[in-house]
Ligand binder design. Structure first.
Ligand code: ZN
Length: 404
């Protein structure tokens, strides 16, 4: 295909993934549609494909109200929370120490200040889970509290661009919860010790999702695994995070359709990077845990194709025979530069198993990771994508893979 045809294809894919399919959060219909679409495109180019199924709940909510003495407070339902309707005395904690001392049985816990600075890692999220988070979760679970209200600030590094961010986003945590802005939290402080009424309309829906894996080459050859997560956060079209990554995989599958080199090329649409329990990634790890030593290299694309700035290849532990061709490719393509290392992405799975990796993203995003307000919000839409960059990245990866 000519560059121009590739560009047209990219635009079509972007529309399919971000406009025609309304959402791609794990467990949703849109997410399954996106994976079927991906599988079909790979099959059409003679990749041997596999849809790996796993269970994943979806979630619907219809808002929440918090009241005390006829005064209303603006609250949002925590993603994947159970619903709640009832009243209780409001009891507060701002530190772990305070939380461990309060008697919260049958009360509604109000968390604000220091204890809500960071989004709590989901209970079963194994890749990164600070002891403090686990401690907070365990105290809450043993508290006998009826519900939790939290007031949270801004923390783009951990919660994307979302404000306020949900303190809890965990379908495995069963105390109903809502969250509010810091400003709203200040207004709630006078209600501590009083009875509050909470009505939160929220429901979990059992469902399934898939990882999609495409293979080309001899099964016994050393592997190059190219990955991008296909899921998006609820409430965002997920254009840069990470439709563009998926589109790179699709274009690459086309550029490599006649590949007959001596490597096994595996293209994986991971499902769950932006979902509390990362089910697709967990599934991949449990299936492959004894085979990571056969992987020469992971290339993970996440956050690529932003309209401003260059594309960035961040290099992790590349051995010389991969480093040299990678540097050459970076020099050869004028829109690509070497980027700083960043840990938040599926390449970290491979690094954990000692596999060298290249993370492909937009320089602007990795440089502004802690203060941008686009990721995980409606602003992450097709208007901020430059499809020329997707084409260039795909061509660069094609060149690179063929030269390893
Ligand atoms: Zn992402």
């Amino acid at each position: 295909m000519t560059d121009n045809l590739l560009l047209i294809k990219c635009k079509e894919y972007l529309k399919t993934l971000c406009v025609d399919i309304s959402e791609r959060c794990v467990g949703s219909n849109g997410n399954r549609q996106a994976t079927y679409f991906f599988e079909k495109e790979l099959s059409l180019r003679d990749w041997e494909t596999e849809m790996v199924e796993f269970e994943a709940i979806d979630w619907v909510e219809n808002g929440a109200t918090l009241k005390s003495d006829e005064e209303n407070f603006n609250v949002l339902v925590s993603p994947y929370s159970l619903g709640f309707r009832g009243e209780g005395e409001l009891i507060s904690a701002s530190t772990i120490e305070e939380l461990s001392k309060i008697k919260a049985k049958n009360k509604i816990i109000f968390l604000f200040g220091e204890i809500t600075r960071e989004q709590l890692m989901p209970k079963n999220f194994v890749f990164y889970n600070p002891e403090e988070h686990q401690k907070i979760i365990s105290i809450l679970e043993n508290s006998g509290a009826k519900a939790i209200v939290s007031a949270t600030g801004r923390n783009a590094a951990l919660a994307g661009g979302v404000y306020p961010f949900p303190l809890i986003e965990d379908g495995d945590f069963d105390i109903p919860s809502v969250y509010m802005t810091e400003e709203e939290g200040l207004k709630l402080i006078p209600k501590i010790g009083k009875i509050v009424f909470l009505d939160s309309l929220s429901k979990r829906i059992p469902g399934i999702g898939y990882n999609v894996i495409g293979k080309k080459g001899n099964n016994n050859s050393p592997k190059i695994v190219v990955t991008a997560h296909i899921d998006a956060k609820k409430g965002t079209p997920g254009a840069i995070d990470n439709a563009t990554g998926v589109i790179v995989l699709l274009v690459l599958s086309d550029l490599l359709k006649d590949y007959n080199g001596n490597k096994l090329i595996e293209i994986v649409a991971f499902n769950g990077e932006d979902y509390y329990a990362v089910p697709g990634q967990m599934n991949y790890i449990s299936t492959n845990k004894n085979n990571f030593n056969k992987i020469l290299l992971n290339i993970n694309i996440d956050g690529a194709g932003y309209k401003e700035g260059l594309s960035a290849f961040s290099l992790f532990n590349l051995p010389d025979e991969i480093l040299q061709p990678t540097k050459k490719v970076i020099n050869q393509y004028s829109g690509i530069t070497e980027g700083i290392q960043w840990p938040q992405g599926d390449h970290s799975i491979f690094l954990q198993f000692g596999v060298p990796a290249i993370a492909v993203s937009s320089k602007w995003f990795i440089d502004n990771i802690s203060d941008q307000d686009i990721t995980h919000t409606p602003k992450d839409n097709i208007g901020i994508v430059d499809c020329n960059k997707i084409v260039e990245i795909s061509q660069a990866l094609n060149t690179l893979i063929r030269s390893i």
